[in-house]
Ligand binder design. Structure first.
Ligand code: UD1
Length: 420
């Protein structure tokens, strides 16, 4: 296993180029199972989750070519379609459960492993399955597998989600695009990644309308014709590097971003005391004055993203006063807290609320990554800590951050990846 050794205390300065969005790539690549002709995606990030998905797509009978230098992914149909998604692949990537939707829509059958456990919460898939049933799927969950069929094909239906789910919204969009009739989704997720999926499918001939009131209307079409699509930039990666600039009291130019998608993060950063200057597809960030403590509550988009919560917690340790973070999306997403405390942070947890008392001078320590965003919060803390921090189990980090240590080292960080 590999680990990172980070020598803290270096001010970052320079440029960081943001990769394509992992969370937009996954459903869009999965929707390619709906196509008969080859599809091509640009700006696909070189992260572990994408390689896991490539394996899954291959197991389902597709041919995949990934040009890693150009970050272009091509997917074409092989002769034989397969309908079985095994546990061995699904256990490492929850988003894999989305393959159920295109397999049912296109072939009328699928056997897909329930996704593996997850450290940040139970993360059930009941919303996906209940909505697919409304579209006419028969679903039987047994021995860890979802056995599904749609003998008469999927039919449009009205779906009102009881709570907002990114994955379940994406599942139903993919399932309904070729269904007979119209599907109306209320209380849908409207994250930029969901909208990128809709935009891709519409370019290919789908008929999907959406509005900011969380309504999506999908009129089923008979076929999709392939088109090249460029994946949106990763807003969470951009937000993470913005914190890296602030936590080291440095200055970064962050390139290849969509500033519109970052407004919810920028508004908090500006209140805290960041100077952010935006350009067409980049922004510069540095501290305007001494940073002020903050309060955030994680919410579905356009609210503050849960995927940025851990990074803001690392920053809060370096801000004088009490900062408060309420995690409202996942029930167990404070696993980074005990590791930050090993580095000297002062954090109190009461149910879903964390209170961080700063400024605490952090000291390098041996810590353990527990999930994707928790891992990166440890990297951020280590950048500002005195001495060397060793981060173990960095496979979590590699799931979602492309060339992290290279990008940071180019801006003056001192990070080494070593084998155990
Ligand atoms: C996606 C993102 C993840 C992000 C999350 C919330 C991807 C690949 N991952 O995950 O990075 O943190 O959105 O923005 O895009 N829930 C149910 N039943 C379901 C589905 C979800 O109860 O069937 C619950 C979850 O446990 C969670 C909440 O709904 O508490 C939101 O989860 P959801 O939006 O579905 O997250 P994901 O799509 O898994």
């Amino acid at each position: 296993m590999q680990k990172l050794l980070i020598t803290g205390g270096k001010k970052l300065s320079g440029e960081v180029v943001i990769s394509g969005s992992k969370n937009a790539s996954l459903p869009i690549i999965i929707s390619s199972l709906l196509f008969d002709d080859p599809v091509q995606f640009e700006n696909v990030p070189k992260v572990k989750d994408i390689y896991t998905l490539i394996n899954l797509i291959k197991v389902l009978g597709r041919e995949v070519e990934f040009d890693e230098n150009k970050e272009i992914l091509k997917i074409s149909k092989k002769n034989k379609d397969k309908y079985f998604a095994p546990y061995s692949i699904m256990k490492t990537m929850r988003a894999g459960v989305l393959v159920l939707a295109p397999l049912l829509a296109k072939f009328g059958k699928a056997k897909v492993s329930l996704p593996g456990g997850c450290s940040i919460g139970a993360r059930p898939v009941n919303l996906h399955l209940d909505a697919l049933k409304k579209l006419g799927a028969k679903i039987n969950v047994k021995n860890g597998y979802i056995d599904a069929s749609a003998p008469k094909g999927l039919l449009g239906a009205n779906i009102k989600f009881s709570s907002i789910s990114v994955g379940a919204t994406e599942s139903i969009i993919i399932a309904a695009v070729l269904a007979k009739g119209t599907t109306k989704i209320s209380n849908a997720a409207i994250e930029p990644e969901v909208i990128d999926l809709i935009k891709f499918l519409n370019k290919c001939g789908a008929d999907i309308k959406y509005n900011s009131k969380r309504k999506i209307i999908i009129k089923g079409v008979n076929f999709l014709y392939p088109i090249k699509h460029k994946i949106i930039p990763d807003r969470i990666e951009a937000g993470t590097y913005a914190i890296a600039a602030l936590i080291t009291n440095g200055k970064l130019l962050i390139k290849n971003v969509n500033n519109d998608h970052l407004q919810n993060i920028f508004s908090v950063l500006k209140k805290i005391g960041a100077n952010i200057k935006t350009f067409k597809d980049s922004f510069v960030i540095f501290r305007k004055h001494q940073l002020k403590p903050f309060k955030i509550i994680t919410k579905p988009y356009p609210g503050f993203p849960t995927d940025m919560q851990a990074q803001f917690m690392a920053l809060a340790t370096q801000i004088k006063g009490l900062s408060v973070i309420n995690e409202e999306i996942f029930e167990n997403r404070f696993l980074h807290v005990s590791e930050l405390m090993r580095m000297g942070a002062d954090i109190e947890i009461k149910k879903q609320k964390a209170t961080i008392k700063g400024i605490k001078n952090l000291n390098g320590a041996e810590v353990m990554a527990t999930d994707l965003r928790a891992s990166v919060s440890l990297v951020l803390a280590a950048l500002s800590a005195k001495g060397i921090t060793t981060i173990n189990r960095i496979y979590h980090l590699d799931r979602g951050y492309s060339k992290l240590e290279k990008k940071l080292n180019l801006c003056g960080a001192n990070i080494r990846r070593v084998n155990d």
